[in-house]
Ligand binder design. Sequence first.
Ligand SMILES: Cc1cc2nc3c(=O)[nH]c(=O)nc-3n(C[C@H](O)[C@H](O)[C@H](O)COP(=O)(O)OP(=O)(O)OC[C@H]3O[C@@H](n4cnc5c(N)ncnc54)[C@H](O)[C@@H]3O)c2cc1C
Ligand code: FES
Length: 264
Amino acid sequence: MYLEDVKILENRYVGDKYYLMKVRAPKAAKAAKAGQFFMIKCKNDVRVLRRPISLHHADADNEVLEFYYETVGKGTAEFAGLQTGDEINIQGPLGTGFDTGIEGKKVILVGGGMGMAPLKLLAEKLGEKNSVRFIAGGRDAGAVEIVKNFNIDEITVVTDDGSVGVKGNTVEVLKDMLAKDSYDLIYTCGPHGMMLAVADTAYQSGVRCQISLEERMACGVKACVGCSIKTKAGMKKVCADGPVFDAEEILDFDPADKPGCSCN
Ligand SMILES: Cc1cc2nc3c(=O)[nH]c(=O)nc-3n(C[C@H](O)[C@H](O)[C@H](O)COP(=O)(O)OP(=O)(O)OC[C@H]3O[C@@H](n4cnc5c(N)ncnc54)[C@H](O)[C@@H]3O)c2cc1C
Ligand code: FES
């Protein structure tokens, strides 16, 4: 984990309320793994708490990190106003990340809206030694515009309003894929309800599923209790034990095949 003052190389509007920020981070870019996140310091000292933002992509050779973020409050609105050449302070990489140590497997990535943030680097890493399909879902065209930033061929885009890609939702597309072929692993990040449905679908099909959780975080480094969740193996901290967990570690799928979550 590093604390680095980093220069902004690019901070551009993507669509809707979404932005893509690229920074030069010589230390962190070499250490960061798919699924990890960074605590980004706001420049306005009134906002004392850093904001947790997932690693979208890391290019170790060029020492560049990418963050994909949505403006929801004052901290992220401040990020959106940063210009090329500005400096910010980042802390990370933090958390455990996705399991990328697999080879020769068939996997599906399911991203919903902002949940596509941690999936770009994951798709790239898994794609080196596995067959990867990616289901990218969102409300409308703006919410899935980011897929143009992914280097992957097998993308199915699905939107609620049908403005781009297939009209429908990610879970319907996932069920369709699982009915036609067999897969070894499913990775998902997105709205809570979507992840529950993806995890349940994976469970019903006997496929392992990893989910990336989002909890309010104060410190991001295991020093408070802000992000504690109940798991089958006791209390865990999302910032340090996660944010990625095996779905079966935290979800109760039985008795009536209804997903119940012990993480809230
Ligand atoms: C592990 C992790 C990874 C994340 N990755 C991304 C990402 O890649 N892109 C993205 O746009 N967002 C991501 N988020 C959510 C992001 O952290 C919040 O949207 C952001 O902190 C909101 O800050 P704000 O000042 O704009 O909003 P405000 O609502 O004004 O924030 C007030 C306080 O609440 C905290 N907070 C508010 N919403 C959240 C939230 N959903 N999760 C955690 N803390 C929150 C803020 O950090 C801040 O301390 C992630 C959250 C977590 C926990
Ligand atoms: S955010 Fe403080 S322990 Fe996780």
